[in-house]
Design a protein around this ligand. Structure first.
Ligand code: F6R
Length: 371
């Protein structure tokens, strides 16, 4: 049921304040004055010790689910101290890459039925790794075959392009990072800030959804373009990849997510006064590096659209020199949840304006059950 919306993708984008609440329900504890703030993940509690002791954590997924894991990687590394590596399921299988008994392999999948991810799971089980599932589908193959796991609880996602599952996956993996990290005096303030940030996230998402009309206007401006680049780094490298994936899969426009740190190693050659470029430059430890990326793109007359924290328009585009998208600032590791939303809206409006099928893009299936 689409309710008052024209498309499922649109409904699912706008549902995110609620789907995120459902994802967190019963899992975040913010007790009274003497009670510490904690995270409870029932499906993992018997395995947390093993995960903490593992030699590395390997994230495995495809498409949007892979991108969600990439967004959560930095906070998992920071809080757990365990090395975290990333694998696209098909590539792990193609290489028959090494997976060891001492590894924790985390399988991320909205449907829980993606063939490549499932085959990678069988492979990791054969190699003796502890296998953790993060899926949105109770009783799915990945949920059944992993040793333990966490349900995303984002509610049924119908649009082929994944939106609300992506943000809920990031939140689940941030909670996973908190659960694995455990309480130490030295990280207490950071943990509390993240937990407070999680509680406030639905409201911040509601706030950023108000950019709907602004993103529609931007889509009008970009409707006839051949290509769109998205630059991000740090926590928002994943946002760049995921924003570009949304634009290409539903709006059928070429789009590429680029790690800003790689700009000078090739992509800079593409920059001219015609190619539109989204630069994600919200406040975090990478902000000054992104400012210098903006300056360099500017010097080459790049057509910039900068996503920045509220109030930063002048810090990123001096003298109104570029178009800005201002978003609420949240705890750095949760910023990808907020930042993807304007790009989801942009992809949605581009698709409608270009006259393509929003909920069932050509050639794509919601659940890819063949290799
Ligand atoms: C993109 C998209 C796909 C899926 C990918 C994995 O919007 O929907 O990239 O994310 O096919 O699917 P799941 O998460 O079901 O394993």
């Amino acid at each position: 049921n689409k309710g008052n919306y024209e498309h499922y993708m649109q409904k699912e984008i706008h549902e995110q304040p609620e789907s995120l609440k459902t994802t967190m329900r019963g899992r975040l504890i913010r007790g009274g004055s003497c009670k510490a703030k904690t995270v409870l993940l029932g499906g993992l509690k018997d395995h947390l010790k093993t995960i903490r002791r593992s030699r590395r954590i390997v994230f495995i997924g495809c498409g949007t689910s892979y991108n969600a894991a990439l967004a959560a990687r930095p906070i998992l590394e920071e809080l757990s101290g365990v090395p975290v590596t990333m694998e696209i399921a098909s590539d792990l299988l193609d290489r028959q890459g090494p997976i060891y008994r001492e590894d924790t392999a985390v399988f991320v999948s909205q449907s829980g039925e993606t063939a490549d991810t499932l085959l990678a799971l069988e492979y990791a089980l054969e190699n003796g790794a502890l296998c953790v599932g993060i899926t949105n589908t109770v009783g799915s193959a990945i949920a059944r075959h992993t040793h333990c796991g966490i349900h995303i609880n984002a509610g049924c996602e119908i649009g082929v392009a994944s939106t609300k599952a992506y943000t809920s996956q990031i939140v689940v993996m941030a909670m996973l990072a908190l659960a694995i990290g455990g309480d130490t005096i030295s990280n207490q303030a950071r943990r509390e800030a993240i937990i407070d940030g999680l509680f406030d996230l639905p409201n911040n998402v509601r706030e950023v959804l108000k950019l709907d009309q602004e993103m529609k206007d931007l889509a009008k401006l970009l409707v006839a373009e051949q290509s769109l680049l998205v630059f991000g780094r740090g926590y928002n490298y994943a946002t760049a990849l995921e924003g570009a994936l949304k634009v290409k899969e539903v709006a059928l426009m070429h789009s590429e997510g680029i790690l800003a740190g790689e700009m000078k190693h090739g992509p800079l050659a593409l920059v001219d006064e015609n190619l539109p470029i989204v630069v994600i430059a919200t406040r975090d430890a990478c902000f000054s590096k992104q400012q210098s990326v903006i300056q360099q793109l500017h010097a080459r007359k790049g057509r910039l659209i900068v996503m920045c924290s509220k109030g930063d328009a002048n810090a990123v585009g001096p003298g109104g020199s570029c178009r800005v998208i201002e978003v609420p600032q949240v705890e750095d590791c949760l910023q990808p949840v907020v930042n993807i939303i304007p790009l989801q809206l942009l992809a949605y409006h581009l698709t409608v304006l270009r006259g393509f099928n929003v909920d069932q893009p050509r050639n794509l299936a919601k659940s890819v059950t063949t290799q």
